[in-house]
Ligand binder design. Structure first.
Ligand code: NAD
Ligand code: FES
Length: 279
């Protein structure tokens, strides 16, 4: 059993939790994910690790309550327990494998969309700890949905944009990226984490601008163990599994339309049968 030490609602329907899991916090690196189960009968929920504290033996998760299981999770309070916290799973961010000297030569930009803002945080924080500067663009529909602003300000050069212009710049993240580029920020590495449609359009733009781009395909995962097949995707013409081979991939090589279509079909029983028949 894994004790929840803190549980807060960050904004409407988005919850943050700090959980005691020393073996995970000891071993994890930015970009990796966890599988949690609320109780013995619970479904597995794959969630990117949003922060970790090795000294305290804790990991932090941020979750949007969208289905039955995540709603159940969102109701838990500090002092409650999770049945399982398994991890760290998946491969760490490629950035962790580069030398600090090489990282310092790069102008890195993270694009963080909506709830996808939370998994960007450990990467920006890790870079800051290595003495590497980076820019982060947080995009949200409206001011109230911007999360973790104060924490990001401490680890990066932060740019906020809202679709309705209620806070920061106005427009979607792609507009902010284009504007920053036009203002002279010639990025040479981009990491985009957020809704699939956002990652698709960020990659379209960064391809035009010639910025290598990494995306996180966490949203298509279901069980996160390589067993269910839900997270199958095509990268550079090859079949990959987001949970085993990723979750991060070269965004310019990902077939987003196929991945979004699979995600849509996987939501219904009929769709799942159709996918099985096609395999
Ligand atoms: P949202 O719909 O509010 O979008 C967030 C931002 O993405 C917008 O403000 C906008 O700037 C940008 N965006 C959206 N559509 C775009 C488009 N067509 N072109 C350019 N930019 C666009 O996001 P939300 O509702 O908070 O996101 C929820 C989604 O995030 C879920 O589907 C979840 O699966 C996904 N998510 C992904 C990850 C990951 O690892 N990739 C992690 C957590 C959540
Ligand atoms: Fe089930 Fe990857 S999430 S195989």
């Amino acid at each position: 059993m894994f004790k929840i030490l803190e549980a807060n609602e960050l904004t409407t329907n988005i919850y943050q939790m700090i959980v005691e899991a020393p073996r995970v916090s000891d071993a994890c690196l930015p970009g990796q994910f966890l599988i949690i189960r609320v109780d013995e009968e619970g479904e597995r929920i794959p969630l990117t690790i949003c922060d970790y504290d090795r000294e305290k033996g804790t990991v932090e998760i941020v979750v949007q309550a969208i289905g039955a299981e995540t709603h159940k999770l969102s109701k838990l309070k500090a002092g409650d327990y999770l049945a399982d916290v398994v991890g760290p799973l998946g491969k760490p961010s490629d950035l962790c494998e580069e030398s600090v000297e090489d990282l310092k030569k790069k102008k890195i930009v993270f694009i963080a969309g909506g709830v996808g803002t939370a998994p960007v945080y450990p990467q920006a924080k890790w870079l800051k700890e290595q003495g590497v500067e980076c820019d982060v663009i947080i995009g949200a529909k409206t001011k109230d949905l911007v999360i973790m602003e104060e924490r990001f300000k401490k680890v990066c050069n932060l740019h906020i944009t809202t679709d309705d212009g209620s806070y920061g710049r106005s427009g979607m993240v792609t507009k902010a990226l284009q504007d920053l580029w036009d203002e002279g920020n010639k990025y040479d590495h981009c990491v985009a984490i957020g809704p699939m449609i956002m990652m698709k359009f960020v990659c379209k733009l960064t391809k035009e601008l010639g910025i290598p781009t990494i995306v996180s395909m966490n949203p298509i995962m279901v069980d996160g163990t390589g067993m269910c097949g839900a997270c199958r995707l095509t990268v550079d013409g090859q079949v990959k599994f987001a949970c085993v081979d990723g979750p991060e991939f070269d965004g310019h090589k990902v077939d987003f339309d196929q991945a979004m279509n699979r995600m849509k079909l996987y939501k219904t029983e009929e769709g799942r049968l159709l996918l099985k028949a096609q395999e």
